[in-house]
Design a protein around this ligand. Sequence first.
Ligand SMILES: Nc1ncnc2c1ncn2[C@@H]1O[C@H](COP(=O)(O)OP(=O)(O)OP(=O)(O)O)[C@@H](O)[C@H]1O
Ligand SMILES: [Mg+2]
Length: 241
Amino acid sequence: MSYEEVIGFHNKPKTALKRAKPILETRKLTRRFDGPVGQVTILQDINMKVMPGKTISIVGPSGSGKTTLIGLCAGLDLATSGEVLIDGVNLAELNERERAALRNRKVGFVFQNFQLIPHLNALENVMVPLDLRGERSAKNDAKDWLERLGLENRMYNFPGEMSGGELQRVALARAFIGRPKVIFADEPTGNLDDVTSEYIIEELFRINKTIGTTLIIVTHDLEIAKRTDRILTLKQGRLLG
Ligand SMILES: Nc1ncnc2c1ncn2[C@@H]1O[C@H](COP(=O)(O)OP(=O)(O)OP(=O)(O)O)[C@@H](O)[C@H]1O
Ligand SMILES: [Mg+2]
């Protein structure tokens, strides 16, 4: 076992080491899009293994394929070739419905532009992942999460009635409420001022550590990247190093 894998389990009992399996793995992951002058390769032969509980940042210039990569890893998009495995399950072997179910159970998202549902209030937005599973505790759990994030007075506000920082706190609650295995955050502070960004990043890392989720964060901010266990750099669709 490599040192990388061992450090991913530094606070787990020794028996866990024997069972260490990547929570996310890509094998020669490649994505091409049809362009006006033929196919364009956006990602090429991406191989990565992420062990449970680790934090990973993905950095690289605009257009290098960061959003495309996490979209593929999360099963929001399909690879042209190569494979993505989440918790050992090969996404290519699932149909659309099965992929959606796997996303609901294993994955949480935080986006730069929040992506809350505009006609649902904060509470209803946070309930969505548990509602989809038919869990009766959805409402109470969502209230707990919003309280934990200091939004007890915003539960019935609609997205159009909240600030960027508040919207991202609602998005954090929605991402974590289903206790996913992996959180994908795509420039989660890209639309926030410095003070609000700091707060959101602190909360994201704090909650992530408390629950032991695996965090994959796309960022342009090297200070944020330095806080993660590993920094992956994308350049023109390839992983450097
Ligand atoms: N659906 C699509 N069809 C065609 N080209 C696409 C599509 N999605 C992304 N691309 C192209 O793929 C490249 C990588 O895009 P991507 O959004 O992954 O970059 P990024 O690294 O996230 O950039 P940024 O830092 O600006 O968010 C870009 O050149 C983009 O135009
Ligand atoms: Mg992007």
